[in-house]
Write a protein that binds this ligand. Structure first.
Ligand SMILES: *Cc1c(COP(=O)(O)O)cnc(C)c1O
Length: 377
């Protein structure tokens, strides 16, 4: 069994994908170009925003979006301690200082109540955070309206790290279109995945979009005229063609992901009702980038090993909270500072999840977890 079976997906769309790639090869246009423009327009319409800018990866997107806000050395960016490293990596790379806000232990997303307290604490020290970077983890949007409301009062812009939540809805709107900028990733294992690296930034602000288009080509405004210092962070045409083809099937795949999540839900209800399952708030839908449960009491390692022996892969998203990463040691944030994130890091376990998973496979997963828990250590 595969954690995410990309081969089944390829076999299902093989002919269309091969043709789309062949067309790019015939065209001779490999970087930027009309296919990327079509993808940008298609995905902007899907998200419900005016502008979409294709970029080299989700990480590039985080860096470039922070750059457009002028984030630099010593600036404060507020974010969550429970995410993939890229979230904090982008902040640190620009020389800025991450200030963390603990998560809601049910959704694993930044807790908006703690956010206002953190902003107040900064203000008491005479510091003004320059941006807020919430993450929509595992495919479910963070509490974007509460975060936006708090941010608006203090005049702080919000960027959604939507690298795992492309396609998710929030109060009938789409992830990526819920704040000043939304950044997603097309890494192969993400809900909408390319066959290589890729990402996109969404915004309703045409000036920001222009700046992003310039920054992704070394800050170039006209040919060989550089008005700022940017990156080489473009989405290539082959990836754009793959994404356009896969996007045709994406709405159907989202439904299948949600069906797989429901099936896991009822299997756990039947076999292991005590397990904490993903909690999706009633005003939103998840694209289940991950299907993540909790295995408490130090039994996780045993469960992982037991499943592995039965050919069932699992993953831990994420074993170390960001403030406890060696790369963050200079921040001097002691363990215990973000108890919800630290507890989650000890307990979370992501199970195989993709639109082509079979119910029988899901049954195998849940029965194997039941066996492991019955055996204990
Ligand atoms: C995957 C991911 C990123 C980075 O995206 P890449 O395309 O791999 O650079 C950033 N943040 C989160 C939350 C992610 O899951």
């Amino acid at each position: 069994m595969k954690f995410i079976d990309l081969n089944r997906q390829y076999q299902a769309y093989k002919q269309e994908i091969d043709e789309a790639i062949a067309q790019v090869l015939e065209s001779g246009v490999f970087i930027l170009g009309p296919v990327l423009e079509e993808l940008e327009q298609t995905l902007a319409a899907f998200v419900g925003v005016q502008q979409a800018v294709g970029i080299g990866s989700g990480t590039d997107g985080l860096i470039l979006s922070l750059m457009t806000l002028g984030i630099g050395p010593k600036d404060i960016v507020i974010t969550t301690p429970f995410s993939f490293f890229a979230t904090v990596g982008a902040i640190l790379l620009l020389g800025a200082r991450p200030v963390f806000v603990d998560i809601d232990p049910l959704t694993y997303n930044l807790d908006p109540t703690l956010l206002s307290q953190t902003i107040e604490a900064c203000q008491e020290k005479g510091e003004k955070p320059k941006a807020i970077l919430p993450v929509s983890l595992y495919g479910q949007c963070a509490d974007m309206d509460e975060i936006q409301e708090t941010a608006r009062k203090s005049g702080i812009p919000v960027i959604e790290d939507a690298c795992q939540s492309f396609g998710a809805t929030y109060k009938n709107r789409r992830s990526c279109g819920l704040s000043l900028m939304g950044v997603t990733s097309f890494f192969p294992s993400k809900p909408l995945g390319a066959y290589g690296e890729g990402g996109m930034i969404f915004t309703n602000d045409p000036e920001l979009a222009d700046e992003l288009r310039s920054l992704r080509v070394h800050g170039q405004k006209q040919h060989y005229q550089h008005t700022s210092i940017g990156l080489n962070a473009r989405l290539d045409a082959i990836q754009a063609a793959v994404l356009l083809t896969k996007f045709k099937h994406f709405p159907k795949e989202i439904v299948r992901r949600q069906e797989r999540a429901m099936t896991y839900g009822s299997l756990f209800q039947q076999y292991l009702p005590e397990i904490q399952l993903p909690y999706i708030k009633p005003d939103r839908t998840s694209v289940f980038a991950q299907y993540t449960i909790r295995i408490p009491d130090g039994k996780r390692t045993f469960v992982v090993e037991h499943l592995k022996a039965r050919g069932i892969p699992t993953a831990i998203h994420y074993p170390t909270p960001l403030h406890m990463q060696p790369a963050c040691s200079h921040l001097n944030i002691p363990p215990g500072s973000f108890p919800n994130a630290e507890q989650a890091a000890k307990e979370v376990l992501s199970l195989p999840m993709h639109p082509f998973m079979l119910v029988q496979e899901q049954e195998m997963v849940v029965t194997a977890i039941k066996e492991a828990l019955a055996k204990g250590h």
